[in-house]
Design a protein around this ligand. Structure first.
Ligand code: NAD
Length: 495
């Protein structure tokens, strides 16, 4: 080895160590409150590592600090995609430590401003239960997953070493639902940016203001900390046309869609790779061995949360005949209000609409996420203050069972055997393969139902929320990609 080579190697080792120790290599980390220095591809190379820039792609620059299209506020899809592209190019040459910092910024805002942001979301959408709006943002803030989720996979053997790394897609086209507008924007942004992407979001028109406001404060804080603007671009006046423009834009590499069956079908028709967090209609099975008081408490906790807006929330219950009456009493004991058969039918005629063209019945938008007393009032029933749930007996094909109601009114179906419960649950789930729940002390029943349902989440002896990191183990998210099979979306999903 020559002297020159030894010096070069020494220099390289020092540079690598500097990168490893600071995450910044030869660059200077941004001081708090200051913009970052330009991304490394634009600084003097000085022997430091410069990532290759694809031919025809301009070197990344930090976006302008003023002018149109700042802080992710856009009316035009083309301009939004252009801004997101610029932001993504600036992001991809930064360190993983900076991506982690950006995720932490979004999560910190979700926690610190949970109350005012939750209230803004409620005041705009007017659905769900106000105290849960802040909780949902705090849940985004407490998600443990970050860039570490991108950990590479290595192979080492007689012929050398191969390392698989997770690569970014670039600009992701995002659709968010009205049921959790800002939580989905924030959760998607954390996962997608951790994976090295920028977002162009077409929010639900019913939650567009909070989506745009959230993006604005996230972008401002990100810009202040690392000098990149427009990582999260929002179409402030979203329409089906703007959604379609995102779906077909040549610079949008991937779609991340959260919503009902219509938008999932539209995204899958686009011809692009689409990660689809689609609808659910989660059934619960209560078998004869179940701890009934615990089952009732769990069912009410999950089904009443945010007035049943969550896609994974309990939507119908199938109980074995021998414990059916005892379970109905346990529901009352746990604070739910029992409606009789006529009242369940009458309320269904008001709250559920028939499916078109042989489709499933669906919720009347006017009552989605309504408080239980509002539903009860529709049929001249007054419920005790503080009651969070209505319930009543129906048959297995009732509209309350077949519709994804997203309201705190739960149909309970009497089934002769455990196997009958599972068969009815399977029919009610409509092969969405989203979430199912069992209350049982029999492991073979749990296994039987788990295999029969084959849902993305399968929760045993807990509220549905426990399957999404809330009161259970693991992690959660606001996009559960049941329609395309990725499961609860994490940073790795968007690589
Ligand atoms: P929705 O389907 O009415 O709207 C969802 C989004 O899709 C909105 O932004 C809407 O504007 C857009 N959209 C609807 N049709 C479209 C089309 N043809 N082309 C392009 N965009 C279209 O649903 P919602 O009421 O906002 O949310 C509730 C639904 O979302 C429920 O079905 C619920 O289960 C589902 N959801 C699923 C998850 C999950 O993680 N799997 C999470 C939240 C909500």
């Amino acid at each position: 080895m020559t002297q020159a080579n030894e010096q070069m190697i020494q220099q390289m080792v020092e540079q690598v160590l500097q990168h490893v120790q600071t995450g910044w290599g030869s660059r200077q980390a941004p001081a708090a409150g200051k913009g970052a220095p330009p991304p490394i591809a634009t600084v003097s190379t000085g022997g430091g590592y410069v990532p290759p820039v694809r031919p025809g792609v301009a070197a990344p620059v930090a976006p302008a600090a003023s002018g149109a299209g700042r802080l992710g506020q856009f009316s035009d899809v083309n301009l939004a995609v252009e801004a997101a592209k610029t932001a993504q190019r600036a992001l991809i040459v930064r360190s993983l430590a900076q991506r982690r910092q950006i995720v932490e910024i979004i999560r910190r805002i979700c926690v610190e401003q949970a109350e005012p942001l939750g209230r803004m979301e409620y005041e705009e959408t007017r659905i769900g239960h106000l105290p849960h709006k802040a909780q949902k943002l705090i849940a985004v803030g407490e998600n443990p997953l970050t860039v570490t989720d991108l950990g590479p996979r290595g192979f080492s053997g007689d012929h050398g070493i191969t390392l698989e790394e997770c690569g970014a897609w670039g600009v992701i086209g995002v659709i968010t639902p009205v049921t959790h507008s800002l939580p989905t924007v924030a959760d998607n942004a954390c996962n997608m940016i951790a994976a090295g992407n920028a977002l162009v979001i077409n929010p639900h028109p019913g939650g567009k203001a909070i989506a745009a406001h959230g993006a604005k404060i996230f972008n401002q804080a990100i810009y202040d900390a690392v000098g990149i603007d427009n990582l999260i671009c929002v179409i402030c006046e979203p329409t089906l046309e703007t959604a379609n423009a995102i779906f077909t834009h040549p610079d949008v590499g991937l779609l991340g869609v959260t919503g009902g069956p219509g938008v999932v079908a539209a995204a899958l028709r686009s011809g692009k790779r689409a990660i689809c967090a689609g609808p659910g209609n989660p059934p619960v099975v209560i078998d004869s061995s179940a701890a009934l008081d615990n089952a009732a408490r769990c069912v009410i906790e999950g089904a009443s949360y945010d007035n049943n807006l969550l896609c994974l929330a309990e939507k119908e219950v199938f109980a074995e005949s021998v414990i059916f009456d005892a379970f109905m009493d346990a529901m009352a004991g746990a604070g739910a209000y029992r409606l009789n058969g006529q009242q369940m039918d009458a309320l269904a005629r008001i709250c559920i609409e028939p499916g078109a063209n042989g489709g499933h019945p669906h919720a009347n938008r006017k009552f989605v996420g309504a408080e239980p007393e509002v539903l009860a009032r529709e049929i001249n029933v007054t419920i005790p203050p503080g009651c969070r749930m209505l319930y009543g007996e129906t048959n297995a094909t009732h509209d309350w069972v077949m519709a994804e109601q997203m309201m705190p009114c739960l149909p309970i179906v009497r089934c002769q055997t455990f196997e009958d419960c599972v068969a009815a649950a399977l029919a009610a789930e409509h092969a969405f393969r989203h979430t199912s729940i069992i209350h049982s002390r029999l492991v073979d029943h749990m296994t039987y139902m788990g295999k029969a349902m084959d849902t993305t989440l399968f929760v045993k002896n807990g509220p549905s929320l426990a399957g999404n990191g809330s009161g259970g183990e693991g992690y959660g998210g606001y996009s559960i990609a049941c329609a395309t099979g990725e499961g609860i979306c994490t940073p790795r999903t968007y690589t």
